[in-house]
Design a protein around this ligand. Structure first.
Ligand code: SF4
Length: 376
C-alpha cells in the first residue's frame, strides 16, 4: 500500500449540496482527532506490519491525500504530527477552503511536507457561493491561489461545480474563464447531484429550486472540455484536467486499481482483493479507538465479476482507456460507439470521447450485457 488517504471530517457548516461524512464543529477537536488516527495507525501496523511502508528503509508512501471535510481547518501542529508519522511522500495533497489559506498557513503546510493543494472554489459568483452555503467569497479564491504560489506551493487544483439550477443564472463560461485566468495546474469539475437529506434536496422537494437538468449538464460538461482543451488542459479522466502533465498521482492510483490505505472516519481501504471502510460518524470512530477497538465497519471481498466490472469502469474513465485484450467477451457494441464518436480505437485500446464519458454507465452496461445499456 503506497497510497494513503486520511479523512479529516470537520467543517464549520454544511454546504447546501453536501452529504459527505462530516462533523460540523465551531472548534475542531484536533488533539482528540490526532490521537484517534494515531491509534488507528497502531492497529493497522500491529495487524500486518509489512503491509504499509511507514518507516521502511525504501521510503514511505508515494502519495498522501488529506481530504475531508475541511482539512485546512486542522491546526498546523496537528497536521505536522500526522505528516511526521507518515513521513515524506512524492505527492502530499491537502484539501483547503479558500478562506483558510493565508501566508502563515501556507508556510506551515509547506514545511510540514504539503506540496499540492486542492482548493474548493466551486464558483466565482458570490450569489452562487451564498446559495451553496460556502463560507468564502469569489475574491478569496484568487487571494488563496496567490498566497499558495507566493508561499512556494504551485501545484494547485481548483474544484468547480457545474449544472446548477437555471434560476441561479450562473454563467458557467465566465466561471471557467475566471478559473483559467488563475492558471491552476489542475481542475476538477463535478456536476451537481442531489443527495437525500441535504438542504438542496429539501429545496427541490418544496419547489424552491429546480431539479438538475440533463441537457444543461451535458452542455456545460462539453463546453468545459472545449474551453479547457483550447487553453492547454488535458482531460486525463472524466472529471479531471491538468496542464503540463500535472495529474493527481493519488487519484490516478485509484483509477488504475492500486492498493491504498484509508484512515479516519468513513475512510475506505483496498488491498487489491478486499475493500473495507470505517464507521462514518466522528464520535463512533473516536469511541471505537479510545476503547481499543478497530473502527472498521464493513469488509467486502470482491468477487471476480465485481473486479472485472470495476476494471472496465475505471479504465474507461481515464484518457488511456480500456485495453481491448481486457474485454471479457467480444463486444458487438464497440463498432456502433465508434460510429457515434463516443469511443475511438487507438493502439488496441478503446478511449472515450467527452460524449462517451457522458454515457459511461450505459456503455459499461452494454459491455457487460447488463440491462440499461445505451439507448441508440
Ligand atoms: S466544505 Fe466540503 S465537506 Fe464541508 S460541507 Fe462543504 S462541501 Fe461538504
Amino acid at each position: 500500500m503506497r497510497h494513503l488517504y486520511v479523512h479529516i471530517p470537520f467543517c464549520h457548516r454544511r454546504c447546501s449540496y453536501c452529504d459527505f461524512s462530516i462533523a460540523v464543529r465551531r472548534r475542531v477537536p484536533a488533539r482528540e482527532y490526532v490521537d484517534a488516527v494515531l491509534r488507528e495507525v497502531a492497529l493497522v501496523r500491529a495487524a500486518d506490519p509489512g503491509a504499509v511502508p511507514w518507516g521502511s528503509p525504501e521510503g514511505g508512501f508515494e502519495t498522501i491525500y488529506l481530504g475531508g471535510g475541511t482539512p485546512s481547518l486542522l491546526p498546523t501542529d496537528a497536521l505536522v504530527t500526522l505528516l511526521t508519522t507518515f513521513r515524506d511522500a512524492v505527492e502530499v495533497t491537502l484539501e483547503a477552503n479558500p478562506e483558510d489559506v493565508t501566508p502563515a498557513s501556507v508556510a506551515a503546510w509547506r514545511s510540514a511536507g504539503v506540496n499540492r493543494v486542492s482548493l474548493g472554489a466551486q464558483s466565482f459568483d458570490d450569489r452562487v457561493l451564498q446559495w451553496m452555503h460556502r463560507s468564502h467569497d469569489a475574491a478569496q479564491i484568487g487571494t488563496a491561489v496567490h498566497a499558495l504560489r507566493e508561499g512556494g506551493i504551485d501545484n494547485i487544483s481548483l474544484d468547480l461545480i457545474f449544472a446548477l439550477p437555471s434560476e441561479l443564472g450562473r454563467d458557467w463560461s465566465r466561471d471557467l474563464d475566471r478559473a483559467i485566468s488563475l492558471l491552476p495546474s489542475h481542475l476538477s469539475l463535478y456536476g451537481l447531484t442531489v443527495e437525500q437529506r441535504t438542504p438542496l434536496a429539501r429545496w427541490i422537494s418544496r419547489g424552491a429550486a429546480s431539479a438538475p437538468d440533463d441537457a444543461r449538464y451535458a452542455d456545460e460538461y462539453l463546453s468545459a472540455h472545449s474551453r479547457l482543451a483550447a487553453c492547454g488542459y488535458e482531460f486525463y479522466e472524466l472529471s479531471n484536467a491538468c496542464r503540463d502533465g500535472r495529474r493527481s498521482r493519488h487519484n490516478s492510483a485509484y483509477w488504475s486499481g492500486r492498493a491504498y490505505l484509508g484512515l479516519g472516519p468513513a475512510a475506505h481501504s483496498f488491498d487489491g482483493r478486499a475493500r473495507r471502510w470505517n464507521v462514518a460518524a466522528w464520535e463512533a470512530y473516536r469511541r471505537a479507538l479510545a476503547e481499543g477497538r478497530s473502527p472498521v465497519e464493513t469488509e467486502e471481498v470482491l468477487t471476480d465479476e465485481q473486479r472485472e466490472l470495476e476494471r472496465l469502469y475505471l479504465s474507461l474513465r481515464t484518457a488511456e482507456g480500456l485495453s481491448l485484450s481486457d474485454l471479457p467477451r467480444p463486444s458487438p457494441s464497440l463498432p456502433v460507439w465508434v460510429e457515434h464518436e463516443w469511443v475511438s480505437l487507438r493502439e488496441g485500446r478503446a478511449v472515450c470521447s467527452p460524449e462517451g464519458w457522458l454515457r459511461l454507465d450505459a456503455l459499461v452496461r452494454d459491455l457487460t450485457g447488463a440491462a440499461g445499456g445505451v439507448n441508440y
